[in-house]
Design a protein around this ligand. Structure first.
Ligand SMILES: [Zn+2]
Ligand SMILES: [Zn+2]
Length: 351
């Protein structure tokens, strides 16, 4: 994202330097039903296939001349397909990725479901009126009572297929936890490129379902190599941090039982500084408070456990100055697409 303009205007020049293949050409090579079927058949095969065997699997009528098929195969060869020592065809790394994306329906499918009730109390208003919304390759959990959208992130169609809504939410949680862990380690969850999360302050109007008020801190993750972009509340980005997991465990809570969209009312956030960005994330359980000082990354700069009540004096003298905007139920307003459009939104938009 840091040099986002390269992905627009002079895409061909910029990418050609890296890969020698312009994205337009790479996708054009797949822009034909015979070639797509070839990729699918090779993905489904147990091993490399000879020309005749592949031809028979791909082409409906084997009595057809094979010259046309040979032409399509040449278009794939070298990029999505190559041959082994015996001249049999197999998928390259790019071919396997393309086959996987096709199978997942990333480019072709859109899954929408009617909203459905979800167990648990809203961390903002306490009402037991959460619902899951699965639409346009996104999953969102929102509170009907107070109108807060707790978390909304992209989710591939294959994550929805064959699962009931509870199972979709479990998979959604596992999927994004893993992605956020990779981001925290500086690895793009989409392309393994260099990625980093910085703390950004977002106007409430830019977040779904957040009432008017002060800007909210989020962890904004971006990749230097691809269009990956994610924005989640700081608390959500820390849900799996070892210090948090240990603290919850000490209080008999399994961190995995708290879904990302509802970490619980024990969580709160306070902005200590905007430049450099510093956010305090607190978890209060069983008379004890874990306070994490969080900077870009997200990186936990400092962690402190104190008994309830002593923290106000103990940890930060700056509290008097009006930064007391502890946000209860910090899981507010996650978004991976804020219409700036990240790669997943892009992918679902291309036919
Ligand atoms: Zn609510
Ligand atoms: Zn990437």
């Amino acid at each position: 994202m840091s040099d986002g303009d390269a992905s627009d205007g002079d895409r061909e020049a910029g990418d050609a330097a890296e890969s020698a293949v312009a994205p337009d050409d790479a996708f054009a090579a797949l822009g034909d039903e015979t070639r797509l079927r070839t990729v699918r058949e090779l993905a489904a095969a147990e091993g490399p296939l000879g020309f005749t065997e592949l031809f028979e699997r791909v082409v409906d009528d084997p009595a057809k001349p094979s010259a046309g098929f040979a032409y399509h195969l040449r278009k794939l060869n070298g990029r999505y397909v190559d041959t082994d020592d015996e001249g049999r065809y197999r998928l390259t790394f790019a071919g396997r990725q393309a086959a996987r994306a096709l199978a997942a329906g990333v480019y072709t499918e859109r899954v929408d479901r009617d909203p459905e009730g979800v167990d648990g109390d809203c961390p903002v208003c306490g009402a037991a009126s959460l619902e899951a919304r699965i639409a346009d390759n996104h999953v969102a959990v929102a509170c009907v009572a107070c109108g807060t959208e707790l978390l909304a992130l992209p989710f591939p169609p294959s994550g929805v297929r064959g699962r009931d809504t509870d199972a979709v939410l479990d998979a959604f949680d596992a999927y994004h936890r893993a992605r956020l862990r990779q981001l925290a380690d500086g690895v793009c969850p989409d392309c393994a490129g260099r990625a980093a999360g910085r703390i950004a302050f977002v106007e409430p109007t830019a977040l779904p379902g957040v009432p008017e008020g002060e800007s909210r801190p989020v962890v904004a993750g971006a990749c230097e190599e691809c269009d990956f972009l994610v924005r989640v509340p700081v608390s959500v980005a820390l849900a799996d941090h070892p210090t948090v997991v240990a603290f919850l465990d000490d209080h008999g809570v399994d961190a995995r039982d708290r879904p990302l969209w509802n970490l619980g009312p024990e969580w709160s956030e306070a902005v200590l500084s905007t430049d450099p960005p510093a956010v305090r994330v607190s978890v209060a359980l069983g008379g004890e408070v874990l306070a994490l000082l969080v900077g870009n990354g997200p990186t936990v700069v400092d962690a402190e456990r104190t008994s309830d009540g002593t923290r106000e004096r103990g940890d930060n003298g700056r509290n008097g100055g009006g930064d007391r905007d502890e946000v209860a139920g910090a899981a507010v307003g996650g978004s991976e697409d804020d219409r700036d459009d990240d790669q997943e939104a892009t992918a679902s938009g291309s036919s």
